[in-house]
Design a protein. Structure first.
Length: 354
């Protein structure tokens, strides 16, 4: 309650300043120009506790901290310099709406990107009043499936409208495009997320490779372009690694050729595979094992650690902050989430331990 009250007061002050306070004169402007600029993402890079708390949203809205006031969000955008990311959503909604909320809008890295780089605002497409006015303003249909648009404070689209509620990748690519339009670098974690989502949505394939030690084999294969996921295990009495890959980027023959010098060879069959109980061995020996990652991130992180390098370069600011807290507070009993199938659930549980 206190956090909400403080947030409301701060928001009111920002809107008041944007509307009523006079613009600085030339002297003040010159002083501001000479100061070191602070980009909007700098302040949002390290999350406060409220940013990582799961909001009490309807399922259709996922885990994003949405504003429901378009005018207030536009005023904030003029101050922060961030674009608006607008979700047009039916609440309560149909199965398409609830799936979009529970999958795409609950993905921790998508939530982080939305809250870091944009002013997120949600318009209900099945309500009267200001919601209906916003629908007319943007030409959006009522009682429709989820639609996302990224616009400037002038309501003009920065990127193409995103109506594909079946695709998380479309939203991530829209975010990447918007960052490019505003002159910001796309972080590595978003590039990897886009690569993985695109592969899974267009079709992935698997191949199995044998080697002397699957720990080293997984480390070698997990760093190759086109590899999305790796799993160590046993097949036909041998140590093997099952590789999930993007067939539009790489073939099993190309993978084998790259790692053949390390004694890694492809198997004739993918049947009979049994998973080992210690996936991502190198990663699992570090405190990073408590940080939920996508499959592709975990592959890359495991390979980096196996080479004696830190995985920090491929992680998001919130993942890095969680890793710092895990390292500094081991007594809290953080779970080992390497290989988890429930990324969003693991993320929420880990943050709740604080």
């Amino acid at each position: 309650m206190v956090v909400k009250l403080v947030s409301a007061l701060v928001l009111g002050a920002l809107i008041f300043a944007a509307i009523y306070l006079p613009k600085p004169d030339e002297t003040t402007s010159q002083l501001v120009e000479n100061e070191e600029p602070v980009p909007p993402i700098a302040a949002a890079a390290i999350p406060d506790d409220s940013a990582t708390e799961t909001p009490d949203n309807p399922v259709e809205l996922g885990s994003v901290h949405w504003s429901r006031d378009l005018d207030a969000s536009r005023a904030k955008a003029k101050i922060s310099g961030k674009p608006l990311l607008i979700l047009f959503q039916e609440v309560p909604g149909c199965g398409n709406c609830t799936r979009y909320g529970s999958v795409t809008l609950r993905h921790p890295l998508i939530v982080e990107a939305i809250e870091t780089y944009f002013e997120p605002v949600c318009i209900y497409n099945n309500k009267d009043g200001k919601d209906a006015e916003a629908l007319r303003l943007f030409g959006e249909a009522a009682w429709n499936n989820p639609v996302v648009r990224i616009v400037g404070a002038d309501n003009r689209d920065l990127v193409e409208r995103m109506p594909d509620f079946r695709s998380s990748g479309q939203l991530v690519d829209g975010i990447r495009a918007a960052l490019g339009k505003t002159g910001q670098a796309v972080p590595v974690y978003l590039e990897l997320l886009s690569e993985e989502l695109k592969a899974r949505e267009t079709g992935i394939e698997t191949a199995t490779f044998t080697m002397g030690c699957f720990w080293t084999g997984e480390g070698a294969l997990g760093n190759l372009p086109g590899v999305i996921e790796t799993a160590p295990g046993f097949q036909d009495g041998r140590e093997v690694v099952r590789v999930t890959y993007d067939p539009t980027r790489v073939t099993p023959a190309q993978l084998e050729k790259t790692v053949q010098s390390k004694g890694i060879k492809s198997c004739n069959s993918n049947t009979g595979f049994r998973t080992d109980r210690e996936p991502k061995y190198y990663l699992s020996q570090t405190h990073w094992r408590g940080v939920p990652m996508t499959s592709l991130q975990a592959c890359r992180a495991n390979s980096l650690v196996g080479q004696g390098q830190s995985p920090e370069s491929i992680l998001s600011p919130r993942q890095l902050e969680l890793g710092r807290r895990i390292q500094s507070q081991p007594e809290l009993g953080w779970a080992n989430v390497v290989g988890t199938d429930d990324l969003a659930g693991s993320w929420e549980k880990q943050w709740q331990l604080q």
